[in-house]
Each structure stands twice: as C-alpha cells, then as structure tokens.
Design a binder for this molecule. Structure first.
Ligand code: ADQ
Length: 454
C-alpha cells in the first residue's frame, strides 16, 4: 500500500504534549496516516530563521514541521493567505488586500515547503495537499520532478469568476492547480464556480462529470463535503462530561431557552449580523425577552491581522450595547465568551441549547452546524438555524435556512424555532442526524483518497 502524505499549513498530528483535544479533522487524518504509514508536513507554528525539518513520531503518526521566518509569517500567512485569499474567497472584496510582497512571500514559502519536503518523499506516495495556503504546492513539487498522484482539497469556498478575476495573477494561480490529479471542493456550488472560471477564462472543457481539461491536461474535479467524527461526537454528547456541562447550563438558564453560537472570531461567521438579528427579536418580542438568552462562544483567531482586531472590538461594543439596552437585574440577554472549550464540554452546551444559531455570511462547510445536530437528544432535539451561505446548508435541509444578512430573517427564525412543537423538531432533526452520521469525516477522507488513488 502506498504511503499517504498530508501537507497543510499547520500540522495537527498528535504531539507528546497534546492535551488530547484534537479536532475531528485531525482525528480523521491521523487515523489515515496510521493506516497508510504516512507523514504530515507543515509549519510548526514557530517563528525562527532555522530552516531544518523536525521529524517526530508520536502515537504511530509521523509529523515533519518547519519553522517560518517573521517575514514569511507576515507575507505568506498573515499576508497573502489571510489578508488576500481568505477575504476574497469569502466574497469580501472590500476587505481584500492586494500586495506584491504578500504574493512574493506566498510563492517563496510554497517553494521552500516543496524543497524541504522533497527529500522525504517516495515515488509511490499519495500526496494530499490542503487548503488555500498551499494552492501552488503541487505544481512546485512537479517542478522538482515528482510524478506521484497529488490531490488538493479546498476547505473554504471557491469564489465566482467575477470576484476571482480581481486577484492579480489569478490565471497563474488556477493554472498551477492543473498540476494536481484531483481537485476537490466542499460543495457543488464551489465546483461549478471553478469549472466556470476554467471554461470561460482558460478555454477549458468539462465533460459534465469529473473531467476538466485545459491544453490537453485533464484533472479530476469533485465536490466532497467534509464531515465530523460523528461517532466520537455522539459518544461525547452522551458521556459524563457533557451531561455535567448540560446540567450546569440548565441550572444557570433558570428555565430560559438557550440559543447558542460557537465560532472562531472571524468576520466570515456573521457575528455582528447575528447579534443584530437577535436584537431585532428582542425588539419585536418584548414579552419574550426574559425567556431566552444568547450564549456566544467565540475564541479569538488571527489576532495579528487588523480586520480581526476590528471585528473583536466591534463585537465587544455590540454585545455591551445590547446588554446595556435590554438587561435587567435578573437577566442578561447575551453571554459573550472569548475562549475555547474541550469538545465534550461543548457537546453538553449544544445539547442544552434549544436553538443552534449558525449564521456565517459565507462558509466552506461549517462543522459547528453538524456538531450541534450530532449532540441533540433524539427525544427532544433543538432547532438548527443555518445560513443558506454555509456549505453545510446543502446537506442539512431540516434546518431553518436563513439569509444571515437579514436581521428580520434571523428574528423570525428564532420565533419559529422557539414555538416549534416537539414532533416537528424530531421530524426535522432525524434526517439531518442520519446525514451527519453517514457522511462523517471518515467517509469524506475515504472518498477523497479513493479519487486520489485513481
Ligand atoms: P473553520 O472556519 O475553523 O474551518 P468550522 O467548520 O466551523 O470553521 O470549524 C470550527 C471548529 O472549531 C469546530 O469543530 C468547533 O467545534 C471548533 N470550535 C469553535 N469554537 C470553539 C470553542 N470556543 N471551543 C472549542 N472548539 C471550538 C474551515 C472552514 C470551514 C470548514 C472547516 C473544515 O472555514 O468552512 O468546515 O475548515 O473543512
């Protein structure tokens, strides 16, 4: 059997110092690496001028990490990845920064990764490259003479052609993707946008199935939605830690309905619009005010990027303003918490919540929506309110699908969810639960690897 090589910006293979709180993606990929005897390559997360590859094996999984220089982190990670590609691919042209130095840093780091990883690769390794940080890596490996099967999975949305063409050198970026054997997106919509770009801007042709051709080079393109480790999450939701956190939430709710939001603090998650939608509900329903509260858990991320500092300040102000306006001596409308929680504790919070409020303005998939569904009590499940612009909306049809830009939509969905009888809640939840369980992260991984193996 070929080895499986995973390349991603950060490595989340188990480390000796790990607290065991790995996410579903890391669990799925490390399980695949164990089975295939592979290596996970990526940035260590450290900044130094040291350019050697650190190889460690822990718990049957080998990881190979490199440090980046401060300039690399600035230009490649904070720059091109998070100030250019992330906002643009999330349809936020107004937040997108175009800067030649960022682009230079991005190419330099991708080239350095290709050079540093190359000596560790074998001719029949299957190579799986992840996400927008490393789009040209496959092409750069080909430049080094690698003829391996190489696949790419994009975790975030692929933007419409009109948006992508605002990116200087967009043609070169997309051309580089034809070095892969397989290119996978989360959704059909992203896949269609990619095919549209290639057929309208590069004179490519599509066979209507999976084969996309430009200049006699054909690649396989698929949509393969990522899932969660459903089995593990369901077990966690039914375990003692979740039961304890669910009971704590119930006690502190004092009979009020809990609405929960859990997101990385990121402008793509639509948190300001969510607060505004919740405020609209409070405005429109004075009689319901003390019967609900919103718990928003949002650990900060990418705090070196100024747009992230701005969203953080804005949310602090907004939650303070809503609480100032509506709170009473025995009730606070929003509990806003900026920290991460262990997965089993989070599962208990999801289960305690009458509503899971997941309202990104644009999201590749959104695993929180799937975790919320997996954590529910089958006899008395809560209601998922989900943005129609999250990739997960294609699969979770039993959710109340809303337009996250509309405060009225969010407010009305909250009203509908709180009034929904148990029979309807179960009827909506059951097919979503079945889908989350069937199309889990192992299914996703196996489907991608099968396409990659060819
Ligand atoms: P993200 O943008 O990070 O991922 P998401 O899919 O929602 O978004 O995953 C977030 C994960 O972090 C979830 O597993 C969630 O439980 C966890 N998390 C969030 N807040 C937490 C907290 N306070 N404590 C503990 N855990 C917390 C990117 C794309 C998504 C895509 C994923 C996977 O942007 O669209 O679904 O990759 O492909």
């Amino acid at each position: 059997m070929s080895r499986l090589i995973i390349m991603s910006n950060r490595v989340s293979a188990p480390m000796a110092k790990s607290d065991g709180a790995q996410g579903g993606l890391a669990v799925a990929l490390t399980a695949a690496l164990r089975e295939h005897d592979g290596i996970w390559f990526g940035w260590s997360g450290e900044t130094s001028a040291d350019n050697k590859v650190n190889i460690t094996t822990f718990d049957g999984v080998t990881s190979a990490t490199v440090d980046l220089t401060a300039q690399d982190v600035d230009e490649y990670y904070n720059g091109y990845a998070n100030r250019t590609l992330w906002p643009l691919f999330h349809f936020r042209l107004g937040l997108t920064e175009f800067d030649r130095e960022f682009q230079g840093g991005y190419e330099r780091v991708n080239r350095a990764f290709a050079q540093m990883f190359a000596p560790h690769l074998l001719p029949d390794d299957l190579i799986w490259v992840h996400d927008y940080h490393l789009i040209p890596l496959g092409w750069l490996l080909r430049q080094q003479g690698f003829a391996n099967r190489i696949g790419f999975f994009l975790h975030i949305p692929w933007p419409p052609t009109n948006l992508l063409t605002t990116l200087p050198d967009h043609g070169r970026l997309v051309e580089s993707m034809f070095a892969y054997d397989v290119v996978s997106f989360q959704t059909e919509e992203s896949l269609e946008s990619f095919v549209h770009y290639v057929t309208t801007q590069m004179n490519g042709s599509f066979d209507g199935d999976t084969k996309l051709t430009v200049n006699n080079k054909t690649i396989c393109v698929i949509a393969c939605p990522i899932g969660i480790d459903a089995q593990e999450f369901i077990a966690a939701a039914n375990g003692p830690v979740a039961a304890d956190s669910c009971a704590r939430m119930a006690a502190s709710s004092a009979g009020r309905s809990l609405i929960v939001g859990v997101d990385r603090l990121d402008y793509s998650k639509g948190l300001e619009e969510r607060f505004a939608g919740y405020e609209r509900y409070l405005q429109n329903h004075p009689e319901k005010r003390k019967h609900v509260y919103l718990l928003q858990i949002a650990p900060p991320s990418r705090s070196d990027v100024d747009t992230y500092q701005r969203i953080r300040a804005s949310l602090n102000a907004l939650s303070g303003q809503i609480n100032g306006e509506y709170a009473d001596i025995d009730w606070v409308p929003i509990r806003y918490v900026n920290q991460g929680y262990p997965r089993d504790q989070l599962a208990g919070v999801y289960r305690a919540a009458r509503i899971g409020l997941v309202t990104p303005l644009r999201d590749g998939m959104n695993l929180v929506a799937k975790e919320y569904v997996a954590a529910q009590d089958p006899k008395d499940p809560g209601v998922l309110i989900l943005s129609r612009f999250a990739g997960a909306a294609c699969q979770l049809k039993g959710a109340l699908l809303i337009n996250p830009y509309s405060a009225d939509d969010i407010s009305e969905a909250i009203e509908t969810a709180l009034a929904m009888p148990r029979g309807e809640r179960i009827a909506r939840w059951q097919p979503m639960f079945d889908s989350v369980r069937e199309h889990d992260v192992m299914w996703w991984r196996e489907r991608f690897i099968a396409a990659l193996a060819g």
